[in-house]
Design a protein around this ligand. Structure first.
Ligand SMILES: [Zn+2]
Length: 588
């Protein structure tokens, strides 16, 4: 499918009512002019998820999820934008015109890569049933996998030989170029033919969150090293953005309220076969911020499963700080030495594994116990070492109450003065603050410049009259923030042909700009609860004017000083004149 015309998106939005659609997924309760529910995108007991029929948008005040009806369906069904459009168009009884030639390169490339990977998986699965795969199949059975599991995880076998997959794909009209771009074949140097990347290996498709195959992990059946060969990074596959198994486990993660984090494919698959389904694997790499962001969509509690060796090392625990920094509560479950979830579940039982998980310890307690054992002896140097390991973790705890409790506990266990610890922590904080300051700066301080822009943005989206007033009073160039400015210009174009409501349609025009969408939702949330909207409108306009003027005055004054220093009299005169004009304007 090529780029979807905006006109179609608008017609879908005209035809579908967000309340009607959302209520098929969630029980909505009327609350004033809106509807409320418990948010499906984060865990909560009191509803902070609001659907507005007037604005045709939803917004969660807990996790900040928000958008129009298409955005809701995308998020809830884990669909891509074109997939959601297709589904919603069908529902609205609209046909999506197929644009010819106007394909935008990326999305069709992505689609072709998914297709190539899917075709490869099909081929490998088929091959697993043939006599030449006997060794592979025996190996998988011996590892405890049953046929149903192999089918569900689409495990297969890449036969020996250099061009098997390429020949198969050629018949399915998949080009050599796409196979190469998918990492399935490798371009040979010296002008020879491309060759299949995976040969004589068991293949594990790696799925993205939505269940599209983005890559493969391929294992040899002997114990020689390295055991796994993986797809290279491609347009659809970036190792740091994938959690293996998430497409299978996301529902269970949400239902159980927590995720088990393990290392390898088999550590997901074997527990899954034994009905432990809330598991994802990092595939042996350190957790990344993108992976944590994926998890956060489903839960805010993580149980990291280590074997005794890893769990005994402060270094492996340090890697978990990224979970804490993103607001997750972290537990550690330690398996006996040398065991991983795969071997443990096979050797003992799913039940025994569940018990280990049940005994998981809070990361803070776990780490502290570990360090106290390691640096036994109550000397001041030892205690300082413990403090040095603990503080960087504590500093990342986002909840201030929990952070304070941890600090208190640390002080009491180490028999140290809490005030001294706090002081030490503020030093550690300074080290980290540069990384996180951006986030805190955005949470706008009342009366702050950005805040007034956000208010105006919200008011303008909610009401065309407000927009007209604002555009007439101050003009769009007065906005400093690039994101706000972008939305304002979009709004100007929108209001030229339509009266509103603008919210849902403006969001649909910002599909690829998360920041802008977030700004719109934030603006609406703020503007919506304001009592006297006219007063806020004029206050904000006045505020922005004043700020801009002060900014410019400061600028001109600096320039003036320079001009005076180099005795450039004509520049001095001109600058003085401009400064005077500004001062006069300021008074009027
Ligand atoms: Zn939410």
């Amino acid at each position: 499918m090529g780029k979807i015309p905006q006109e179609i998106i608008d017609r879908i939005l005209d035809k579908l009512d967000i309340v009607e659609v959302v209520s098929e997924y969630l029980p909505l309760k009327a609350a004033g002019r809106s509807f409320k529910a418990c948010c499906p995108f984060h865990n909560e007991k009191t509803p902070s998820f609001v659907v507005s029929p007037d604005k045709q948008i939803f917004h969660c005040f807990g996790c900040n999820a928000g958008g129009n009806v298409i955005g809701f369906v995308m998020k809830h069904e884990n669909l891509s934008f074109p997939e959601a459009i297709e589904m919603m168009a069908g529902r609205a009884g609209l046909e999506i015109p197929r644009t010819s030639g106007a394909d935008d390169g990326t999305s069709s490339l992505v689609k072709q890569l998914y297709e190539a990977n899917n075709t490869a998986a099909e081929y490998y699965q088929e091959k697993l049933g043939t006599p030449e795969a006997k060794g592979a199949l025996d190996y998988l059975r011996q590892r405890g996998l049953n046929a149903e599991t192999m089918k569900e995880f689409r495990i297969g076998y890449a036969p020996d030989g250099w061009e098997n997959l390429q020949k198969y794909c050629k018949k399915k009209n998949i080009s050599a170029d796409i196979l190469r771009k998918a990492g399935l074949s490798v371009k040979s140097d010296k002008g020879r033919n491309d060759y299949d990347r995976f040969r004589n290996r068991i293949t594990f498709p790696i799925f993205n969150e939505r269940g599209n195959i983005v890559a493969f992990g391929a294992r040899i059946m002997t114990d020689s090293q390295p055991k796994y060969l993986n797809s290279p990074e491609t347009t659809v596959y970036s190792k740091s953005g994938i959690l293996y198994g998430l497409n299978f486990s996301k529902t269970a993660i949400r239902e159980e309220g927590r995720v088990l984090i393990v290392e390898g494919y088999m550590d997901v698959i074997i527990p899954y076969q034994n009905d432990i389904r809330n598991v994802v694997a990092t595939s042996g790499t350190a957790l990344t911020a993108r992976q944590v962001a994926l998890l956060k969509k489903y839960t805010d509690t993580a149980v990291v499963v280590f074997d005794a060796d890893q769990a005994g090392e402060a270094a492996s625990l340090r890697g978990l700080d990224i979970l804490i920094a993103n607001g997750l509560t972290v537990y550690i479950a330690a398996l006996p030495e040398g065991e991983d979830p795969d071997s443990f579940v096979r050797g003992c039982s799913g039940e025994a594994f569940r018990k280990v998980i049940g005994r998981a310890k809070d990361l803070f307690d776990y780490k502290l116990d570990l360090l106290l054992r390691k640096f036994s002896g109550s000397g001041i140097i030892e205690r300082a070492k413990v403090v040095n390991e603990m503080l960087p973790t504590i500093v990342k705890v986002t909840n201030a109450v929990i952070q304070s409790a941890y600090l208190e506990k640390l002080a009491s266990r180490l028999k140290l003065n809490e005030a001294a610890l706090r002081k030490e922590m503020s030093k550690v904080k300074a080290d980290y603050s540069f990384k996180y300051e951006e986030k805190t700066r955005v949470s706008s301080i009342p009366g702050n410049y950005r805040n007034s822009e956000i208010y105006l943005l919200g008011l303008a989206v909610l009401d065309k009259d407000m927009y007209d007033t604002m555009a007439g009073e101050m003009g769009l160039d007065m906005f400093i923030d690039e994101t706000v400015k972008k939305v304002m210009f979009l709004l100007r174009d929108f209001y030229r042909s339509e009266k509103g409501p603008a919210a849902g349609k403006i969001l649909s025009r910002l599909e690829d700009d998360e920041n802008a969408k977030e700004a719109v939702l934030r603006g609406i949330a703020k503007a919506d609860i304001t009592g006297d909207k006219d007063k806020v409108l004029f206050d904000c306009i006045a505020h922005i004017r004043k700020e801009n003027m002060e900014y410019e005055l400061k600028n001109l004054t600096t320039k003036l000083k320079h001009a005076e220093a180099v005795r450039d009299q004509s520049a001095v005169n001109e600058l003085l004149a401009r400064i005077n004009r500004l001062h006069k304007e300021k008074v009027t």
